[in-house]
Ligand binder design. Structure first.
Ligand code: PBG
Length: 330
């Protein structure tokens, strides 16, 4: 990047006024970049706070419909559903995951029936339904891959039947994207999209989420045999390439801020629609520091989301979505 030496070049010239700064700004954060993850629980008229995520609640299906309506009116393009499943419904084989009337599928249908124009994204993984708390079926202490993929395919088809637009496999089993894509094609769902959690790392930043969906109590051990080692860059790139080759329409890097190097590299190498998940622990850290008066929460929230854009994200899953949208809408 050639440039004239000082004083012919003064970088501060174009920073001198808001007008100049607006003119030279390279990236923009827009409401169109937001995907809002929400937690669903049973009951009626309930909004129950999640202790480890101040400002985030679990909503009963009727309230989820209201949340979707609000998101749509703010211009947020997509909402992503995560169920808090009644522990009594959790089993070894996770059958509740593909029950057409499970919490998540009921919420999808309710949003669809209300005629709300918003894309509905789902989570495909067995952890909310698993008595063992893992994303896959556990046999003799081993998370079994191929049997889990069969269960995930059933889960995907049930979500597509319910009316989901974007399926989000977050389980990190091998071969699941290809299996889900093939099943969607065979069953008349060729327009249902897949956003693969392709570069999903085994991260401690997911802690508050596991509380939110009630999986922390059940989880024995860790997820290191299926999620990617945070030290591994090439392994993550190979997973992204593999998922795109198997039919993913969009790919995700997760967690977000500590993994922005991966976002940049994934976007540059593959050019596919690329997303990141600003996960629960990232949200909780910003909220906690803001609550203590240690940082200005709103500014940090906006800055962090702009950084995702600068890194190459086409969009971000963020618990801040409605708050940000209100600010961006003015
Ligand atoms: C589970 C899943 C997780 C998240 C999304 N789907 C947690 C995990 O893998 O343990 C994390 C989201 C967050 O932390 O906000 N399949």
């Amino acid at each position: 990047m050639p440039q004239a030496p000082f004083p012919m070049t003064r970088h501060r010239r174009v920073r001198a006024s808001a007008a100049l700064r607006n003119l030279v700004r390279e990236n923009e954060l827009s409401v169109n970049d937001l995907i809002w993850p929400v937690f669903v629980r049973d009951g009626q008229g309930i909004e129950e706070p999640v202790a480890s995520m101040p400002g985030v609640v679990r909503r009963s299906v009727d309230r989820i419909v209201e949340a979707a309506r609000e998101a749509a009116s703010l211009g947020i393009p997509a909402i992503c559903l995560f169920p808090y499943t009644d522990p009594a419904l959790k089993t070894e084989l996770c059958e509740e995951a593909w029950n057409p009337d499970n919490l998540s599928n009921r919420a999808i249908k309710a949003i669809r029936d209300a005629g709300i124009e918003i894309a509905i994204m789902t989570d495909i993984a067995l952890d909310p339904y698993n008595i063992n708390g893992h994303d896959g079926i556990v046999r003799d202490g081993v998370i079994v891959n191929d049997e889990t993929v069969e269960a995930l395919v059933k889960m995907a088809l049930a979500q597509a039947e319910a009316g989901a637009d974007i399926l989000g496999p977050s389980d990190m089993m091998d071969g699941r994207i290809g299996a889900i894509r093939a099943a969607l094609e065979e069953n008349g769902h060729s327009n249902v999209t897949i956003m693969s959690y392709a570069a999903k790392f085994a991260s401690a930043f997911y802690g508050p989420f596991r509380d939110a969906v009630g999986a922390s109590g059940a989880l024995k051990g860790d997820k290191f045999t299926y999620q990617i080692d945070p030290a591994n860059r090439l392994a993550a790139l190979r997973c992204v390439e593999r998922d795109l080759m198997e039919g993913a329409d969009m790919v995700m890097v997760k967690p977000g801020l500590p993994y922005l190097d991966m976002v940049r590299e994934v976007k540059d190498r593959f050019g596919a629609p690329t997303y990141a998940y600003q996960v629960s622990g990232e949200y909780a850290m910003i909220e906690a520091a803001a609550a203590n008066g240690w940082i200005q929460g709103e500014k940090v929230m906006l800055e962090s989301l702009m950084c995702f854009r600068r890194a190459g994200c086409d969009g971000v899953l963020t618990y801040f979505a409605p708050r940000v949208a209100r600010i961006l809408n003015g």
